[in-house]
Design a binder for this molecule. Sequence first.
Ligand code: THG
Length: 375
Amino acid sequence: MPFELALGARNRKSPFFEATVAAGVTQFTVYNHMYMPTSYGDPAAEYRRLTEGVAMWDVSVERQVQLAGPDALALARILTPRNLDKLKPGQGRYVPICDHRGAILNDPVLLPLADDLVWLSIADSDMVLWARAIAAERGLDVTVSEPDVSPLAIQGPKAEEVVAGLFGEWVRELSYFGFRETELDGIALVVARSGWSKQGGFELYLRDGRCGTDLWNRVVEAGRGHDIGPGSPNPIERMESGLISIGADTDDETNPFELGLGRFVDVEQETDFIGKAALARIADEGRRRQFVGYRIDGPPLAAPAQHRWPLHAGGKPAGFVSSAGFSPRVDGGSNIGVGLVETGLAEEGTELACDSETGPRTAKVAYLPFATGGS
Ligand code: THG
């Protein structure tokens, strides 16, 4: 590229920034007003580490929105359509957040640290503003803030070995989204079994931004025998696994039913959560679009899609491809994509015309997740 990313005070550096530069980062994106590493220059090696070994990712951009006070849980329940009746400290949940029209705003992981302390580990949108406004409008006794907490992901089939080496055997007992508050030689942390991949792994939520380089180096040291290397949220693996990227896969009207997240919406519960009436109506009327995978023909896609690719069927708009790339594992090597398609065209195998950045291609609907051979 003949240009650079401008750094400045409007966006922030991660506590792991220096460590990622030392590790050879070559590309950043901007996410939640921060810089997030997206490449270390060898995408194939980063994919291989994630799917066969272990990778470490700076995901401090997944900011924590902290709800503290007697109404912390009450606010969480108002913010998400998911039923939180059985929530227990130490067990996280995936919780979509919608606006009053039922459109999805964010898809955080909720971490209940105590009865009066909840973190929402957010995707890319300004949830601290939203949560604070809703708390005030509902007259709740809760303080909404963004604490000094920064997740570092350790992902891949060998991640458990690395994390057990750092913290002990107990980490093997953590359930999915289960977490525990602990420390590493005085560095305060939360250790969780979570992460934006289906390869297995953990996230270390660093609770003191001054210790970023120290923590990074300790993970590198612990991973040495397992060939650990740096990576980032992986665009290919996430498509294979059918994980959602808010803002990429969603537009201003996308609702949880379209994304296949209907199981996290409970319109029967007592709580008057934001979007309840709209979501009840959508549940009744049915969804207009569906989140699906695509097999895309033509030469291997050398670079990720830079914008949404329009889809057509019989000359009419049919939806879009929001992300696309070459998967070495699907069908032994195939271009794949994900995106929203009109419900009437969502059947597996439906062929759609696709305006890709490298010319017209055919996108064939595929159900998610993609089969990747071995697993
Ligand atoms: N790490 C942290 N916070 C985050 C992300 C992260 N917040 C925003 C974003 N990423 C959250 N996105 C997801 C989406 C899906 C999953 C994890 C993070 C996930 N889903 C499982 C699935 O789809 O099968 C399980 C869902 C369930 O059944 O509960 O794992 O990367 N800290």
